[in-house]
Structure formats: C-alpha cells, structure tokens
Unconditional design. Structure first.
Length: 100
C-alpha cells in the first residue's frame, strides 16, 4: 500500500509539473543523499506501526504513537534546552491526559 501511495504521488507530481501547475528542481543524487536519512527515519516507524497493527488493537497503537510525542518533547527540553510556552504545555498535558 505504501509503495502504491509513493508511486501515485510521484505520478501526480510529474503530471502537475508537465501541466506547469508546479515547478520542481530536476533530480540530483546530491539532494537524494541529503534526504535519504530523513526518509529512513520516517519509513522505519511507519513499517513498525504497520507490523504492530497485526498484533495490537488500533487503540493501543494510537496511545503508544501519541506517547512518543512526549519523548520528543522531553528530548527537546533535555538536549536543546527548549522552553515551552503556556499553549505548548497545555497541548502536552492534553496529549498525556488522552493517553491515560
């Protein structure tokens, strides 16, 4: 399914480019190399989530996926010293409440 989505997206982009609806830079291996790690980091959790769906009910998986946002938040605070605004803290509290 994911492969079909990716191929359909590429086809739509190429058609839109041909019709001059959008403009795109030509493919370059240099740009590919800059983005490959990002693609892998995006694809691995997606594949693992799809695999987890065969063993878990969707509600459990959603709670775990949502809880990972809390880990990202903690990492932002610990590694980057991010200070959160009130609205961000309310959002984090809402996510935590929803996980419970």
């Amino acid at each position: 399914v994911t492969l079909v989505q990716a191929l359909a997206t590429c086809a739509i982009l190429k058609v839109a480019q041909h019709l001059k609806v959008i403009t795109m830079q030509p493919f370059s291996w240099e740009t590919f190399g800059e983005w490959i790690n990002t693609g892998i980091v995006w694809a691995v959790p997606l594949a693992l989530n799809l695999r987890a769906l065969t063993r878990l009910n969707p509600e459990t998986l959603i709670v775990f996926r949502t809880a990972t946002l809390i880990g990202v938040t903690a990492g932002d605070y610990a590694y980057y010293g991010k200070r959160f605004e009130t609205r961000e803290m309310v959002s984090i509290a809402t996510i935590l409440t929803g996980c419970l």
